[in-house]
Ligand binder design. Structure first.
Ligand code: ADP
Ligand code: TRP
Length: 321
């Protein structure tokens, strides 16, 4: 059985890009693997210095991820900071990390380019992420395409460690859903909370319907044929529709006579239907925060045991014991 690990930052409301890029594949992988999924609260500290807000976000993301289908019987679901071994490994990896490797990371460069004054934590973010993965001896890591480079850094650090100290760390493989590699946002750029172009995962009522109506389309008149392959609405519809529904929608685009409003409404309906059951589960979890907390604590104790097994080998290998 493979060991699968992934993490998500508790930094804001989850959107359907997060769902299709990371949560859905993570949920599916529970079937035949031993999974470790966590909420990256240490990582969130790099950009969220507000204790109350952080606590709130951790709880929200825990509820949402569970609602999406994390099975706490099968999977260890926990808070990153409940496993202090991750910090210990992070330091050891830091001491093997060339600064240039981190300077090349797109995610860091993008944040700086967007005007964030970078702190040291933001710079070393990928080292902590590598520790998250390596501390559990993970074989596979499902993430969205934007995390690919961080996985390369992780593999690089594991190989450096093993070259220096012997074969102690497992070199992990990323699992990237190529078919939904990047979910487009309302404006056609990558959907991201930092671009303000998201569709909420658990949005409700009129407000979320309005969001769908804001999806940017071209100005082809209603009666003319339209190109499905360059349309954001169609790209999103693909995520929800069956093959037959998709073929039908493609026909409507090519035939003309269908306005974009119609396609948006069809998309909105598929979205509402797709998440209906999860929305119900979410309401139950929201009403029972003690249960959510207990799931996280149980998950953490399983995660600590796995981390300790790896760390006892790591400490010995580097000469600390
Ligand atoms: P955001 O870009 O909104 O800040 P995060 O960086 O917190 O999202 O991403 C959390 C997880 O969701 C990551 O695994 C990431 O790869 C995935 N993800 C985020 N946005 C998308 C997207 N538009 N398409 C596919 N996957 C995504
Ligand atoms: N950096 C990831 C993100 O922004 C979150 C994360 C932290 C992660 N540690 C991880 C993902 C380890 C996978 C494995 O989405």
């Amino acid at each position: 059985m493979k060991r699968v690990l992934s993490g998500i930052q508790p930094s804001g409301t989850l959107h359907i890009g997060n769902y299709f890029g990371m949560m859905k594949p993570s949920v599916e992988l529970q079937e035949n693997n031993e999974c470790f999924y966590f909420i990256a609260d240490y990582h969130a500290l790099t950009t969220l210095p507000d204790a109350a807000r952080l606590r709130e976000c951790v709880h929200e993301v825990a509820v949402d991820f569970l609602a999406c289908g994390i099975d706490p019987e099968k999977t260890a679901f926990f808070r990153q900071s409940d496993v202090p071994q991750v910090m210990e490994l992070s330091w050891m990896l830091s001491c093997l990390t060339p600064i240039g490797l981190l300077e090349r990371c797109h995610s860091f460069k993008d944040k700086v380019a967007r005007g964030i004054t970078p702190n040291h934590g933001l710079f070393t973010y990928p080292v902590l992420m590598a520790a998250d993965i390596l501390v559990y001896g993970s074989n596979q890591v499902p993430v969205g395409k934007d995390q690919k480079q961080h996985l390369e850094v992780t593999r690089d650090l594991a190989i450096r460690f093993n070259n220096q100290y012997g074969e102690v760390l497992v070199v992990p493989e990323p699992i990237i859903q190529e078919s939904v590699a990047v979910v487009p946002g309302l404006d056609g750029q990558k959907m991201s909370k930092s671009y303000g172009n998201t569709i909420e995962l658990f949005g409700e009522g009129k407000k979320v319907r309005k969001t769908f109506m804001k999806i940017v389309t071209d100005s082809t008149p209603m009666e003319d044929p339209k190109d499905p392959d360059s349309c954001n609405v169609f790209a999103l519809y693909k995520l929800f529709a069956t093959e037959d529904e998709l073929a039908e929608m493609r026909k409507c685009y090519l035939a003309g006579g269908m306005g974009y409003g119609h396609a948006k409404q069809a998309l909105f309906e598929k979205y509402s239907e797709h998440f209906a059951e999860m929305r119900e589960r979410r309401a139950e979890l929201l009403a029972d925060s003690a249960r959510v907390e207990q799931i996280l604590l149980d998950g953490a104790s399983r995660a600590r045991a796995a981390a300790e097994t790896v760390m006892s080998r790591v400490r010995k290998a580097v000469g600390l014991r």
